[in-house]
Design a protein around this ligand. Structure first.
Ligand code: SF4
Ligand code: SF4
Length: 287
């Protein structure tokens, strides 16, 4: 039995938006970026059991015992009060799950899914768990047909990728801005490592999808369109998913940012097509 554990913020048995086909999606807690546009900002941090949220839970679903916060899922009303007040941008509802426990969920869903996607937060902050989980899937006769994918922000070294690639079928990765200064402004970190990840993964044939997020007035794709298009072309004919920002669920200054319109997305698409990048995927809906 594999007892390696991860802090899991959410498990969705059937998802159609986390990679190709129907997939079980596992969201790991913790992130190494601080994106202003994050739609799940409470997945960024790790709970330190400070207890601040306990008294504020309107449904008494939280308690503090032996220096640890406990969450009762059967009482919780999913009101999200605890998420909004946590100083760590964490959640008391994240659960430690072992590889074996996740495999149990996968076995129950196996007839209805094509694979699993590990997302976040930033999934690769818990890389040893991912390697153990994917290895267990790939060696289980009942599960080994499932594809194993990672949804990542790309903040992982080549050495890290080399650990997971032998058991990983593909990575979906975001490039949140072209210029490092703009990326730093949006996420708190520069994007040198992310570009290296894109280049490395495409060279290994494991870059399943590159994602660009259109945030009007905030991202710099159009200002650097020649360099961006040339970079994407060097990464092969990888599918490029164009996502449209909307403010639903974000905290802080991004709440006031305007949503991206179909025209905003089409403008970027047109500029990319003119430069030979035409394997484009579009938002299913706009908010
Ligand atoms: S979830 Fe946040 S507020 Fe609640 S105990 Fe953990 S760190 Fe403290
Ligand atoms: S979401 Fe948080 S605050 Fe709301 S009932 Fe559940 S534990 Fe309590």
């Amino acid at each position: 039995m594999n007892s390696r554990c991860a802090s899991v913020s959410r498990l969705i048995p059937f998802s159609c938006v986390d990679g190709p086909g129907s997939r079980l999606a596992l969201f790991l807690q913790g992130c190494n970026l601080r994106c202003k546009n994050c739609h799940n900002p409470w997945t960024m941090g790790r709970c330190n059991d400070c207890g601040e949220c306990v008294l504020h839970c309107p449904h008494e679903a939280l308690s503090l015992s032996a220096g640890k916060v406990w969450w009762q899922s059967d009482i919780c009303q999913q009101c999200d009060t605890c998420l909004h007040m946590c100083p760590q941008q964490a959640t008391p509802m994240a659960q430690n799950m072992s590889v074996e426990e996740v495999l149990e969920y996968i076995r129950k869903a196996v007839l209805f899914i094509e694979g699993i996607t590990v997302s976040g937060g930033e999934a690769t902050t818990q890389l040893p768990f991912i390697v153990a989980l994917f290895s267990a899937i790939k060696t289980d006769p009942q599960l080994q047909h499932l594809t194993c994918m990672v949804d990542s922000n790309g903040m992982l070294s080549e050495t890290g990728w080399q650990k997971v690639l032998p058991v990983c079928d593909g990575v979906m990765l975001d490039l949140k801005a072209w210029d490092s200064a703009c990326h730093q402004q949006l996420t708190g970190r520069d994007n040198t490592l992310i570009k290296q990840s894109i280049t490395f993964l495409s060279g290994q044939g494991k870059l399943a999808e590159l994602r660009l997020l259109v945030i009007p007035g905030q991202v710099d794709y159009l200002q650097h369109i020649d360099a961006l298009a040339a970079f994407i072309k060097r990464s092969g004919n990888v599918p490029v998913r164009l996502n449209a920002f909307h403010a639903h669920g974000v905290y802080g200054e991004a709440k006031a940012w305007p949503s991206a319109t179909p025209q905003d997305v089409e403008q970027l698409a047109q500029r990319l097509r003119e430069r030979g990048v035409d394997n484009l995927l579009f938002p299913a809906l706009y908010l």
